[in-house]
Design a binder for this molecule. Structure first.
Ligand SMILES: Cc1cc2nc3c(=O)[nH]c(=O)nc-3n(C[C@H](O)[C@H](O)[C@H](O)COP(=O)(O)OP(=O)(O)OC[C@H]3O[C@@H](n4cnc5c(N)ncnc54)[C@H](O)[C@@H]3O)c2cc1C
Length: 440
């Protein structure tokens, strides 16, 4: 169940292995946390996930397999970094040193079991903000790094996550350079047509190979019951008897399903301690990408104000200006409390501070709040609260009888990303095929 990339990858893998699969999806579309909107002039706006980067091999392979292509992110000039009360071309001094130290600590973790590291109990208790205050050695550096790491990577605040959580995330994605870079990193490429187009093609292939009834849209799963004879997956209208079920949704959504018998306490506890991140992503549209003429890339990181990150979200040769702003954690929650007009004004003020006064006059402003969407509940992904890894991390992946867990949150590599979603879906499918619960 769950027709995002993880559920699609699981269903296709099971279909290839000869299983008679049903993919049951709550919404009337597949793709989950991906959604593309088109402007009348053909400009592609990816309202959810958008980037791919090196080592995300399954995603690049799927793009090629389904006949799609990628284009490089536009980052055509100098970045703007806002910290310590001013604009700079470089991050504050401690940044390189602190990132290297985090990478070194992360290398001590097994990304499949971060809770087993000798220091895990201590790192799990320590808020990232507290560790950064010591490691950075100056408040401006700590503040910048907190917004860059907790915000840019996990869409939270540095008080909301533990040192262990960020170390796990760094390890899972292959280190800070891979995670943070545009070219050479996770923000390198975009999919022509958007990742949502790839999800649609995967769904079409599932229907073509397994049969037209393989995909059930508009069908939120409400109950999963299992006994020695099988599992029964119920929606409000239908019931699907099966040998096994792959639950390919984030733990915060899995926790809304009723299980019979109830989940073991630790797996249920996990769903209570892994809230979704809090990101607001908005697109400000301009007749032209005016910042490029000023030698700016549109790529920015800010340690102050409501917007933490900006990117030029046009194509490298686009004549339309698309400046995308990201707000995270408390700043995102502050924006949500505002009226639409006040939110727009606050975001545009922040863009003016980053790329100049022309940013005040967009001819379009597109926002999509994933936190208000009942089948996503926030983004980019679920994040364990401080102190929870040690007790509840071990419950992330082990199946509960005939119930297998997928979704990007359960990925060992590239957790939180599309790549992690696909890997997790294929891993769960392999578990089912191997009959790890003894039903085959
Ligand atoms: C704004 C934003 C920006 C992002 N940027 C990037 C990026 O640039 N690169 C990247 O790699 N990743 C990015 N991500 C993260 C990426 O989108 C996710 O990691 C990925 O899409 C997760 O896939 P999934 O299949 O695990 O979960 P989902 O995509 O959430 O899929 C779960 C599916 O289950 C369905 N569902 C939920 N509850 C039920 C139910 N009860 N019954 C049936 N179905 C149900 C949902 O409708 C959904 O379709 C971003 C996410 C967002 C929102």
């Amino acid at each position: 169940m769950g027709g995002g990339f993880s559920g699609l990858a699981a269903a296709l893998a099971l279909g290839r292995a000869g299983w008679d699969v049903r993919l049951v999806e709550a919404r009337d579309r597949v793709g989950g946390r991906t959604l593309t909107r088109w402007l009348p002039d053909g400009t592609q706006l990816d309202l959810g996930a958008q980037w791919l980067g090196p080592t995300q091999d399954r995603m690049y392979a799927l793009v090629a397999e389904y006949g799609l292509t990628t284009f490089p992110s536009a980052a055509l000039g100098a970045p703007v970094l806002r910290w310590g009360g001013g604009l700079h071309p470089e991050p504050p001094e401690p940044t390189g040193r602190v990132l290297a130290r985090l990478d070194a600590l992360a290398a001590r973790l097994d990304p499949a079991a971060p809770w087993l590291a000798a220091e895990a109990p201590e790192w799990d208790r320590l808020p990232l903000s507290g560790w950064l205050a010591d490691a950075a050695g100056d408040p401006a550096g700590a503040r910048y790094l907190g917004r860059l790491l907790a915000g840019g990577l996990l869409a939270t605040g540095p008080d909301e996550i533990s040192l262990l959580q960020i170390l796990f995330y760094l390890r899972s994605g292959g280190g800070s350079a891979l995670l943070l870079r545009m070219a050479g990193g996770a923000q390198q490429d975009r999919v022509v047509g958007g990742p949502a187009a790839l999800a649609e093609l995967m769904a079409q292939r599932l229907a073509a190979t397994v049969g037209p009834g393989a995909l059930r849209l508009g069908a939120p799963v409400t109950v999963i019951a299992q006994d020695a004879g099988g599992v029964l997956v119920r929606t409000d209208r239908d019931a699907y008897p099966a040998d096994a079920v792959v639950v390919a949704v984030a733990p915060a959504l899995a926790g809304r399903i009723r299980y019979d018998p109830p989940l073991p306490a630790l797996r249920d506890g996990l769903t209570q301690r892994m809230p979704m991140g809090s990101a607001v992503k908005v697109h400000a549209l301009y007749p032209e990408p005016f910042w490029r003429a000023d030698g700016l890339s549109g790529v920015g990181t800010s340690a102050t104000g409501p917007v933490t990150e900006t990117v030029d979200n046009g194509t490298p040769d686009s004549t339309r200006g698309v400046l995308t702003a990201f707000s995270y954690g408390d700043e995102a929650r502050d924006l949500r409390r505002m009226s639409p007009d006040a939110r727009r004004a606050a975001v545009l003020d922040a863009l003016v501070a980053m790329v100049g006064p022309d940013a005040a006059r967009p001819d379009g402003f597109v926002e999509h709040d994933w936190s208000a969407d009942p089948y996503t509940r926030g983004c980019f992904c679920g994040v364990l609260t401080p102190g929870s890894w040690r007790g509840y991390g071990p419950a992330l992946r082990p199946p509960v009888g005939r119930v297998h867990w997928a979704g990007t949150e359960t990925a060992v590599g590239w957790t939180g990303y599309l790549e992690g979603a696909v890997r997790a879906g294929e891993r769960a499918a392999a578990e089912v095929t191997a009959g790890t619960s003894g039903y085959r």
